[in-house]
Design a protein around this ligand. Structure first.
Ligand SMILES: [Zn+2]
Length: 238
């Protein structure tokens, strides 16, 4: 069977005022320039803007697409980050085994926060986690990463009811209901599935106030067959 992954949707919010770099005593730190493969420190994090974080992720995705990832020295990274972490971005992604943020963005230990839940939905716990990454740990960007052929999106489109999954799919269902379409709202209808994957899946409803929190800048990846995993930017939504 040929699987047709892959990463298909990104939403990102720039956190320009989210954090002010400081040393361990609360004083300012001098920013150090970012270079691919550098271990994230407080000084390196301080030098990265939200737009810069997007650029870093896009460059990582290009390396992934070219099958030329950086040679990550994982053991050294573990040692270097043992006493503190200063990731430059936070990614909310689906649990899908083909859409791991560290892989598709070619990032290493200590580079990005990742929160993963089927359908990359948002609830209070996810929001609390993302708030921690931005307000406490200094992350410059929140990305909501969707992907094509998402089982959770399909399940919501088809009204699946199954154990604890039911309440999770209920968070996506309002987005399914909001899609304008003729006839049934089925996962077999690509426009319905694509629209849900594209943006509302992260917030549960297109008019949900959390959309303003998480989706002020929107990215999207094109659906590709095979294992491309290409990420592209959607128009900014405000
Ligand atoms: Zn999924």
């Amino acid at each position: 069977m040929i699987l047709k992954p892959y990463v298909s949707a990104l939403f990102a919010i720039a956190l320009s005022g989210a954090a002010i770099a400081s040393d361990d005593h609360g004083g300012p730190v001098e920013a150090r320039p970012f270079k691919p493969g550098i271990t994230m420190t407080r000084a390196v994090q301080a030098g990265i803007t939200p737009d810069g974080a997007i650029t870093i992720l896009k460059a990582g995705n290009q390396r992934f697409l070219a099958n030329k990832p950086l040679l990550h020295n994982l053991r050294r990274r573990v040692t270097q980050t043992a006493l503190g972490q200063f990731p430059f971005a936070s990614v909310l992604a689906c649990i899908d085994s083909r859409a791991a943020p560290e892989v598709v963005f070619d990032q290493s230990v200590g580079d990005i926060f990742t929160a993963r839940v089927a359908g990359n939905i948002v609830n209070e716990d996810i929001l609390g986690s993302l708030e921690y990454t931005a307000k406490v740990a200094g992350s410059r960007l929140i990305v909501v990463l969707g992907h094509s052929n998402c089982g959770a999106i399909k399940g919501a489109c088809d009204g699946v009811r199954m154990g604890n999954l039911t309440s999770l799919l209920d968070k996506i269902s309002p987005a399914v209901a909001a899609v304008r379409t003729e006839g049934e709202r089925s996962s077999k209808k690509p426009p319905v599935r694509r629209r849900c994957q594209r943006n509302e899946c992260a917030t549960g409803h297109p008019d949900h106030p959390r959309k303003k929190v998480l989706c002020s800048r929107t990215w999207r990846t094109t659906a590709k067959s095979g294992s491309s995993g290409r990420c592209t930017i959607l128009p900014t939504e405000k």
